[in-house]
Design a protein around this ligand. Structure first.
Ligand SMILES: Cc1cc2nc3c(=O)[nH]c(=O)nc-3n(C[C@H](O)[C@H](O)[C@H](O)COP(=O)(O)OP(=O)(O)OC[C@H]3O[C@@H](n4cnc5c(N)ncnc54)[C@H](O)[C@@H]3O)c2cc1C
Length: 385
């Protein structure tokens, strides 16, 4: 499988070496098993342990905390390369990046020592649990509560659509601690061990795509948490969520763009090898122009992602740029994968053919980590402010 472009060129040798290393890993270690993982929905622990050894978890986490000490620009490239291999694997990298970043930023020395080594080695499994039946795009609707009982906290509520919930060792859980204060000041983040009494893994969802990413729910029934389960200050949970929001959006945008690149590669190969009416179908302008549109979508998304990452790396305001990048890259991945299916013809609709899987894997990218409508809200509010 050839790639259409080298998504390198940040001007840093380290960045380019990292990108090429992950590209090789994705090609040799992930792509050979991707279709099998899609069919079996197996959680590929051995791939994650290998990634831990290569330093592919915690790309932007400081080296003093056991991370790779890289930039957001590095992280975006790693996510694209992993997703070119398989989006579910990139998803795991993105999840650890968010949870690990919050631990490194807000965790006590004890919390960091407990969770970070296993997380970054790819051996401890985490969840990031925000969404609830009544709170998706609007976290203001959160109903999960944590109330003080002496030095302890008592956690009650339900989380749904949570990545890794069926397999997690612990979850980072957002809960209401002061209903009178609302999102800012009234929510706190907790580190919840999944085997505590009262924690129930509610279900394991059957999804359309990204099949090797287990997704499910948690039900918390009078779960007693020790005082040191609180991450950061009481009432600072929502601002912690905001702290990693933009990086998270770039990560999912890059994941979507890795899917687009894979879609373009498989469509281009088919256009060159499939003959109809006595010539390769890529010789028909309709097919050739479709490939041109796909490549343009991919490159435009890559530039938007790079721009958002550079702003974050420089510590400049990046909200609108990151929302634009996530919006464009995710919507583009739906266009590119749909076009790949069309170029593949009937075979693009058959299970086990890459284009069919990519089409399913792309679909969630306009929904999680903030829907496209939420990104448009953020962009339009910035324009009209
Ligand atoms: C595979 C998968 C993995 C996930 N992983 C996680 C995870 O690990 N942790 C976690 O906490 N959550 C996770 N989620 C949940 C995900 O983040 C939510 O599904 C997403 O935020 C949307 O929320 P919702 O599904 O409740 O949709 P809703 O918020 O109910 O939105 C429904 C529709 O209404 C639109 N809408 C809502 N508000 C507005 C508005 N103000 N203006 C215009 N349109 C609007 C939305 O854009 C959408 O089209 C996951 C979901 C899936 C499917």
């Amino acid at each position: 499988m050839t790639t259409i472009a080298l998504a390198t060129g940040s001007g840093s040798d380290h960045h380019d070496e990292l990108t090429m290393m992950v590209r090789e890993f994705a090609t040799k270690r992930i792509r050979p098993v991707t279709e099998d993982l899609d069919a079996t929905e197996r959680f590929p622990s051995e791939i994650y342990e290998h990634m831990g050894q290569l330093g592919l978890f915690g790309i932007t986490i400081p080296e003093t905390d056991g991370g790779s000490g890289g930039t957001v620009t590095d992280y975006v490239s790693v996510m694209e390369e992993l997703s070119y291999g398989y989006a579910s694997v990139a998803d795991q990298c993105g999840l650890v990046e968010l949870v690990g970043s919050l631990l490194a930023t807000f965790g006590s020395e004890q919390q960091k020592a407990t969770y970070l080594p296993g997380l970054l080695a790819g051996t401890t499994r985490c969840s990031y649990a925000l969404t609830e039946p009544g709170a998706g795009s609007d976290l203001g609707g959160l109903k999960t509560t944590a109330r003080k009982d002496g030095n302890d906290w008592i956690l009650n509520g339900e989380k749904i659509f949570i990545h890794n919930a069926p397999v997690a060792d612990f979850a980072m859980v957002l809960a209401v601690t002061d209903p009178d204060k609302g999102k800012r000041g009234g929510m706190s983040m907790f580190l919840v061990e999944a085997d505590l009494p009262g924690v129930q893994r509610a279900y394991h969802e059957k999804k359309m795509g990204q099949k090797a990413s287990p997704v499910g729910g948690f039900i918390f029934s009078d779960v007693r948490l020790p005082a040191d389960a609180l991450l950061g200050a009481e009432g600072a949970g929502f601002s912690a969520v905001l702290q990693v929001l933009e990086k998270g959006r770039l990560g999912i945008g890059a994941l979507a763009n890795g899917i687009s690149r894979a879609a373009l590669d498989t469509a281009r190969e088919h256009a060159q090898s499939r003959t109809q009416f006595g010539q390769p179908i890529g010789q028909f302008q309709a097919v050739a122009f479709t490939l041109a549109d796909m490549a343009t979508d991919y490159e435009a998304a890559r530039l938007l992602l790079r721009r958002g990452a550079e702003l974050l790396d420089r510590g400049e305001p990046a909200g609108m740029a990151c929302s634009m990048a996530k919006l464009f890259a995710s919507e583009a991945s739906i266009r590119t994968t749909s076009r790949a299916v069309q170029i593949l013809g009937g075979s693009g609709y058959i299970r086990g053919v890459e284009a069919e899987r990519l089409y399913r894997d792309a679909r969630i990218t306009t929904i999680y980590e903030g829907t496209s409508e939420v990104q448009r809200l953020i962009i339009s509010r910035s324009l009209l402010r």
